[in-house]
Design a binder for this molecule. Structure first.
Ligand SMILES: Cc1cc2nc3c(=O)[nH]c(=O)nc-3n(C[C@H](O)[C@H](O)[C@H](O)COP(=O)(O)OP(=O)(O)OC[C@H]3O[C@@H](n4cnc5c(N)ncnc54)[C@H](O)[C@@H]3O)c2cc1C
Length: 323
């Protein structure tokens, strides 16, 4: 792939577009690991997104990788041979729409680059309830929709009424998905090559004092239970399927197996929350992958439960990931 040619073409086609060459992904992931990608584009508006996608896909046959705040991404130390399109502060529309789609409810529209914390705070300012759980999730609206992010019994899918996206390659028009499909940490967007542009959230009116109290309670619980002082990607593993009808939690299984504090290089199973793999300083992606593999193997041997990573990974073509 001639990355110089793609870079020059993007530069010429969209002069105002923020483009970076050989950008280290460690600057863009909450794990603080990851080697370079040949090109990163940071569009400031939806028109720029569409221009990047059409040049990349139609003229160069390149399928870009889309990202938000990199809080659920593990990127190889060697980097990845990809054009990364990052939804960040530029895609920051955030509005209370004039009329709700359903009686008694109001709709907030949020661009994919808006942080979930800002979205949750905006809902509070509007006196709307339903997004309190999202305040402490450090991702973006785009990444949150893609992952169906959730916490404390709430999930974005429960309050999303529609999602607008552009597909890649080829279609220039915006597609709207009304009532898209969500399940635990899954959305239909995981089966599509779409860039999520924005989402609408349908929310009920609530008492601002109660909304605020709930948000403060969740934030307090996170501070107490999660190793927020270290780089991580949050929970490393998904919640396993129930066993004999009883819920099973990855963190509890890892703890039971005595794996808190297990260390590979700079990566460690947090002593505060066994569900988190943290970067204690200087961890490489290789350290994290090795640690995840050891945790999975030891939990499987002791309990028979296979832990599935929640974190998404990116690497060079053909690279083996020994999870
Ligand atoms: C300290 C900490 C706590 C966390 N707590 C929680 C929690 O309580 N609940 C929870 O669910 N998660 C949690 N997470 C994980 C993470 O914040 C969520 O998964 C979040 O939704 C990821 O959003 P992001 O913008 O960072 O996405 P990224 O990590 O950038 O990307 C994640 C996935 O979404 C895709 N994607 C991102 N943006 C777009 C877009 N615009 N269009 C198409 N695809 C896109 C990417 O391709 C990738 O596959 C936590 C992470 C950390 C570090």
């Amino acid at each position: 792939m001639d990355w110089n040619a793609l870079y020059d073409r993007l530069r010429a086609q969209t002069p105002g577009l923020e483009l970076r060459r050989e950008e280290p992904m460690s600057r863009h992931t909450s794990f603080r690991v990851g080697g370079p990608v040949p090109i990163m584009a940071l569009p400031k508006n939806e028109a720029e997104v569409q221009q990047v996608l059409s040049v990349a896909a139609l003229e160069f046959g390149v399928k870009p990788f889309f990202m938000g705040r990199g809080t659920n991404l593990l990127v190889s130390d060697a980097g990845a041979g990809l054009l990364v399109v990052k939804a960040y502060d530029g895609l920051n529309r955030l509005e209370l729409l004039p009329q709700g789609e359903q009686p008694g409810r109001s709709t907030i529209l949020a661009g994919s680059g808006v942080s979930l914390a800002r979205l949750a705070n905006f809902a509070l300012e509007c006196g709307l309830t339903g997004l309190e759980f999202a305040q402490g999730i450090p991702g973006s609206v785009g990444g949150g929709v893609y992952m169906n992010a959730g916490a404390y019994g709430g999930e974005l899918g429960q309050v999303i009424s529609s999602v607008s996206s552009v597909s890649c390659p080829s279609e220039e028009f915006v597609r709207e998905f009304v009532n898209p499909q969500f399940s635990y940490r899954r959305s239909q967007f995981q089966e599509q090559d779409d860039f999520i542009l924005r989402a609408c959230f349908s929310l009920e009116p609530g008492d601002p004092a109660e909304i605020k109290a709930k948000m403060d309670d969740f934030a307090q619980r996170r501070r107490e239970k999660q190793p927020l002082e270290y780089p991580s990607a949050g929970s490393t593993f998904k919640r396993p399927a129930p066993v004999d009808g009883r819920p099973v939690y990855a963190a509890a299984l890892i703890d039971q197996c005595g794996l808190k504090g297990l260390t590979v290089g700079g990566a460690q199973v947090s002593g505060k929350h066994a569900g988190f793999v943290i970067n204690r300083g200087g961890a490489t992606c290789k350290d994290i992958v090795e640690l995840i593999a050891q945790v999975r193997e030891r939990v499987f041997r002791a309990t028979g439960v296979t832990l599935e990573p929640e974190v998404r990974w990116l690497g060079m073509e053909g690279e083996e990931w020994n999870f």
